[in-house]
Design a protein around this ligand. Structure first.
Ligand code: SF4
Length: 410
């Protein structure tokens, strides 16, 4: 058993259940050869120690799905935020960032392999700080988004996420860049992440802004470090800075102490922001968390379920409206492959990360080079949207193009 489940359930697994031979926590993968040797000798082997600096920077992953069009690149590990419901700081440890040089090397390798979309991955990507280069260790701490606070002291030094994003986006003009998950607190005005997204044609105009609740009282109990008003102010700032940005979010229904009034505040936030993509869950208490020690999981299961269903229904209605606004527009779609439902249709994603389905037909190339042909995975196709639901767009393909050409024609 490997990863943060191993870290969380180590006692039960090793001592009580005797279910597995090897338990490796998320920072113990370098120790796997030794652990496997111990297991081969007939004993149980475990290493669940968390590290302050392990980022696996020097280990480049081997792509097993050769020919894939999209890839994830891990840029940091752990989290220091200590939201009261969250187990991550306990299972993945403290926040640490991978050196930029190693991230760039991996992205270059993926570009050489023909990957057309990279998602930079971490628990808190926009608080990225690469401390590996001495000359940047004393850089001043950037501020936080207006109206946001943290439980930890401001950290100074290191190369920031805006620097990484700038460098990554320069590697391959035909490669789309996304990132997830940022934390809403780390969009200070002086850092230029929002500006970069607005300016660079290959950084997708899509942002995940996890809200978790629309009630200031619940946000306080969750220790999220912001009020409903501060969050909404950030949403307006993001929409002003990046016109047409696609927004996604996470929400928890039925957190400790959540009243009907709190819940309705979340419903109204979903209406007000109108997200394109949402991840919604009913609260489930985790041992070790602050909520487990200090709060009561007092919303009955049937109430949680009903509130979650209401949130999902509201989210879907609003997402359907947001997506309906795209009907009639041309969207640039990166083709991923045949659609699951029909071999005569292709499936891909637009810049906002919404699934787009369209007929697999002979298409001209925008530049007029070569004979018409069918779009292949990894091709960019301009699709005119003809219908939309809360999760999918459908349309007719117009022509094949490239990311740079599509940007130049706007
Ligand atoms: S919810 Fe996200 S930001 Fe909060 S502690 Fe968990 S991983 Fe960190």
């Amino acid at each position: 058993l490997a990863g943060c489940m191993a870290e969380r359930l180590k006692e039960e697994i090793l001592h009580r259940e005797k279910l597995v031979d090897v338990v490796a926590g998320p920072d113990a993968y370098r120790d796997l050869p030794r652990l496997l040797a111990v297991a081969e000798s007939g004993q149980q082997a475990a290493n669940v120690l968390l590290s302050l600096d392990e980022t696996y920077a020097d280990i480049l992953p081997v792509q097993t799905s050769a020919g894939g069009t999209t890839a994830f690149v891990s840029i940091m590990r752990g989290c220091d935020n200590m939201c009261s419901y969250c187990i991550v700081p306990f299972t993945r440890g403290r926040e640490r960032s991978r050196p930029i040089a190693s991230i760039l090397q991996e992205v270059r390798m993926l570009s050489d392999q023909g990957v057309k979309e990279v998602t930079l991955l971490g628990q808190n990507v926009n608080s990225f700080r690469d401390l590996s280069e001495v000359q940047f260790q004393s850089v001043a701490a950037p501020g936080l988004s207006r109206g946001f606070s943290t439980v930890y002291k401001a950290k100074s030094g290191g190369l920031r996420f805006s620097h990484l994003l700038d460098q990554v986006s320069r590697i391959d003009p035909e490669m789309r860049i996304r990132f997830t998950s940022p934390h809403p607190k780390d969009f200070p005005d002086e850092a230029s992440v929002l500006q970069l997204i607005q300016e660079r044609h290959n950084i997708c105009k899509q942002l995940h802004l996890p809200a978790q609740s629309g009630s200031t009282r619940v946000l306080e109990a969750m220790r999220r470090g912001y009020t409903r008003e501060a969050y909404l102010e950030l949403v307006h700032h993001v929409r002003d800075s990046i016109p047409g940005v696609s927004l996604s979010s996470d929400f928890i229904a039925g957190f400790c102490g959540e009243t009907e009034e709190d819940h309705l505040q979340t419903v109204s936030l979903l209406r007000e922001v109108r997200y394109n993509v949402g991840f919604l869950f009913a609260y489930s208490m985790r041992q070790k968390t602050r909520a487990h020690h200090r709060l009561q999981d007092d919303v009955p299961a049937d109430v949680k379920k009903r509130r979650l269903e209401q949130l999902i229904a509201t989210f879907r209605e609003e997402a359907a409206r947001a997506n309906a606004a795209l009907v009639g527009q041309a969207q640039l779609v990166l083709v991923e492959g045949p659609s699951k439902r029909s071999a005569s249709e292709l499936c891909g994603r637009n810049d906002g990360n919404i699934k787009v389905i369209f007929p697999d037909a002979e298409l001209e190339d925008a530049a007029g080079h070569g004979a018409p042909g069918r779009a292949q995975p990894g091709d960019y196709v301009v699709v005119k949207v003809t219908s939309a639901s809360s999760q999918t767009l459908r349309g007719v393909p117009l022509y094949r193009t490239t990311l740079s050409r599509a940007a130049a024609s706007h």
